[in-house]
Design a protein around this ligand. Structure first.
Ligand code: PEP
Ligand code: MN
Length: 263
C-alpha cells in the first residue's frame, strides 16, 4: 500500500542506478519530444554538463490534437540509446499503450504514465508487472486520493518502484498553463511513502515561470524535478514555450542547489 503508516519509511526508487527519494534531490531534464538526433544529442550534452542526473525524452506523445506532431515513436529509439551510451544518463520516456511497453523497456530505465493516462487502469495493471520504475503523473483533474489510488494499481500488481509527479492541475486560472498544487507536496508526503517529484514545465507552461516554480517545489519538500529543456526551444515540435534553453537550465541548477541538496 502507498500508505506511509503501513510502510513505515520513505521508499527510494533506483532508476538505472540513480536513487530518487531519500536525502538528495534528483533532476530529470530533456526535451518534451525528440525531434531529431542532432538536437537530442546537443540537449543531452547541455543538461549533463549542467548536472542533470536523468534524461527525459518523449517518443510517443499524447497530443491534444490528432493533427499535432505525435512523436517519432520507434524511429527515435536508436538516438535515445546513443544518449544513454554517450552521456550515461538513465532514460525516462512516456508509454501511451500496453502494446509499446516491451519495446520501450529496451531503451528506457523508467516508463512515464502521463497525466492523461493516470486512470488508464489496464495500462497501470500491465505496468504493475514490469519490475521497472514507473513515473506516475497526477491527472489534470485528479484529487490526491485518486492519484494515490492509481499508484495502488501498480503496487497491487507487484511493482513498488513508483515515483509520483505533481505536474499542475486544471483550475480557473489561465495566466499559466496549469496550477501547481504546492499543497499536494506535503499532503502526499504525509499520506504516502513514495518519492514525489514536481514538473514545473507543464505546471507553468512558460519558460520564464519554470525557475521560481521549480524552487518552490523543492522548498515544499519534493524529492526531485522533471524539467523540459531543448537545445533550440523555438524549433521544438512540442511544448517549446515552456522549454528552457541550455543557458536557462545552466542558470537554474545552482539556484536549486541553494534550496536543496541536489544529486
Ligand atoms: C510530458 O511530460 O511531456 C507530458 C505530456 O506531461 P503531462 O502528461 O504531465 O501533460
Ligand atoms: Mn511536454
Amino acid at each position: 500500500l502507498t500508505r506511509r503508516a503501513l510502510y513505515g519509511s520513505d521508499s527510494v526508487v533506483d532508476v538505472g542506478g540513480v536513487p530518487v527519494g531519500g536525502n538528495a534531490v534528483a533532476v530529470i531534464a530533456g526535451p518534451c519530444s525528440m525531434d531529431g538526433p542532432e538536437t537530442l544529442m546537443r540537449t543531452a550534452e547541455a543538461v549533463r554538463a549542467a548536472g542533470a542526473a536523468l534524461f527525459r525524452v518523449g517518443l510517443f506523445k499524447p497530443r491534444t490534437s490528432p493533427y499535432s506532431f505525435q512523436g517519432l515513436g520507434r524511429d527515435g529509439f536508436e538516438a535515445v540509446r546513443e544518449v544513454r551510451r554517450v552521456y550515461g544518463m538513465p532514460i525516462v520516456t512516456e508509454v501511451l499503450s500496453v502494446r509499446d511497453i516491451e519495446d520501450l523497456l529496451e531503451v528506457a530505465d523508467m516508463l512515464q504514465v502521463g497525466a492523461r493516462n493516470m486512470q488508464n487502469f489496464p495500462l497501470l495493471s500491465e505496468l504493475g508487472k514490469i519490475g521497472r520504475p514507473v513515473l506516475l503523473k497526477r491527472g489534470l483533474a485528479a484529487t490526491v486520493r485518486e492519484w494515490l489510488s492509481a499508484a495502488e494499481y501498480l503496487l497491487a500488481g507487484g511493482n513498488d518502484e513508483i515515483i509520483l509527479c505533481e505536474r499542475g492541475i486544471r483550475t480557473f486560472e489561465t495566466t499559466s498553463r496549469f496550477t501547481t498544487d504546492i499543497n499536494s507536496i506535503p499532503v502526499v508526503k504525509e499520506l504516502s511513502h513514495l518519492p514525489l517529484i514536481v514538473d514545473p514545465s507543464h505546471s507553468a507552461g512558460h519558460s520564464r515561470l519554470v525557475a521560481p516554480v521549480a524552487r518552490a517545489g523543492l522548498a515544499a519538500g519534493a524529492d526531485g524535478l522533471i524539467i523540459e529543456v531543448h537545445a533550440q526551444p523555438e524549433k521544438a515540435l512540442s511544448d517549446g514555450a515552456q522549454a528552457l534553453d541550455p543557458i536557462g537550465f545552466g542558470n537554474l541548477m545552482p539556484q536549486l542547489r541553494n534550496v536543496a541538496a541536489v544529486l
